[in-house]
Design a protein around this ligand. Structure first.
Ligand code: CP
Ligand code: NVA
Length: 316
């Protein structure tokens, strides 16, 4: 296993299954320590800068709370008040942050932006969501699946949602873990080619499979894990009309009680939140007995703590 210290966390395509499991195992340990009130200040005196170009509740709060538990300080930077909004270049901004902070957490638009920050910084850059990927969410989701299903092998994933960060990230993780993922979506929406190429190659080695279908029932049938994510994601440049059309196209793929009935009896429902009740999911499902979305959300903090502890060298 490669050393974690000093590495970026830009996409799970850069991490092996074993490395991901190391993060999740440490997250389990940290979760237990927190519950027992045992201190775990592995990063005392360190700092993490956080830039959010899009809205966030869970990611921002989980990183800030997690940083405090680890004995470090997290600085939230509003891009609209930074010089970057007045024309300072990305490279100069990145090089400056590198001199003050031990890591950068960044939520932004195109994947290339986090990659450009990483190229211009020595210190770790952590992707807190781009249009294409949301790797921090997937760490929490893997921990949650293991807690609820008791295993991380032999899983069928029934997926619904926008062709966006979560769909790509679930595809990537499913291929690394050898899961069978069926993704139901309307015609005319394209998957990120870079993820698709990775997924097809990785599935050949892991024994997993990835299929896209227009048939919701086909995707849900016998699923162990049903994932139902937002139909209209955070973006820029989309018109009101584009968003209305997308919602209309995706609405037939709503996860309601009927859709859940096609999955296995002990299937769990997952959503990264924020949820749009009445769109991608009904209240009956997301607030029902097969959904534990706030436990899932809590894991954001435990897994991000583990990630920072490893990337910043607080834990080997
Ligand atoms: N799941 C997630 O990333 O939530 P936020 O947008 O609230 O950070
Ligand atoms: N798909 C969503 C994830 C939000 C956490 C978005 O990017 O809008």
């Amino acid at each position: 296993m490669r050393e974690f210290k000093g590495r970026d966390f830009l996409t799970l395509m850069d991490y092996t299954k074993e490395e991901i499991l190391r993060i999740i195992d440490l997250a389990d340990e940290l979760k237990e320590k927190l519950a027992k009130g045992e201190p775990h200040t592995y990063l005392t005196g360190k700092t993490v800068a956080m830039i959010f170009e899009k809205h966030s509740t869970r990611t921002r709060l989980s990183f800030q709370a997690g940083a405090a538990h680890l004995g470090m300080q997290a600085f939230y930077m509003d891009p609209s008040t930074m010089q970057i909004s007045r024309g300072e270049s990305l490279a100069d901004t990145a090089k400056t942050i590198d001199r003050y902070a031990d890591a950068l957490v960044i939520r932004t638009f195109e994947q290339e932006i986090v990659e450009d920050f990483a190229k211009n910084m020595e210190r770790p850059v952590i992707n807190a969501l781009t249009n294409e990927t949301h790797p921090c969410q997937l760490l929490a989701d893997i921990q949650h699946v293991r807690e609820r299903k008791g295993r991380l092998d032999d899983l069928k994933i029934g997926y619904v949602g926008d062709v966006w960060n979560m769909a790509h990230s679930w595809g990537i993780v499913s291929s690394l873990f050898g899961w069978d993922m069926k993704y139901a979506l309307p015609k005319g929406y394209d998957y990120w080619p870079r993820a698709r190429e990775f997924i097809d190659k990785t599935n050949k080695e892991s024994g997993g499979s990835f299929e896209m279908t227009q048939d919701l029932k086909e995707a849900m049938t016998d699923a162990d894990v049903v994932v139902g994510i937002t139909f209209v994601s955070m973006t820029r440049g989309a018109t009101e009309e584009d968003m209305k059309k997308k919602l209309k196209d995706f609405l037939p793929y709503q996860i309601n009680s009927k859709a859940m009935s096609w999955a296995k009896d002990d299937a769990i429902y997952m959503h990264c939140l924020p949820a749009h009740r009445g769109e991608e999911v009904t209240s009956e499902v997301i607030d029902g007995p097969q959904s534990f979305v706030f436990d899932q959300a809590e894991n954001r903090m435990h897994t991000e703590k583990a990630l920072m502890a490893l990337l910043l060298g607080g834990v080997k």
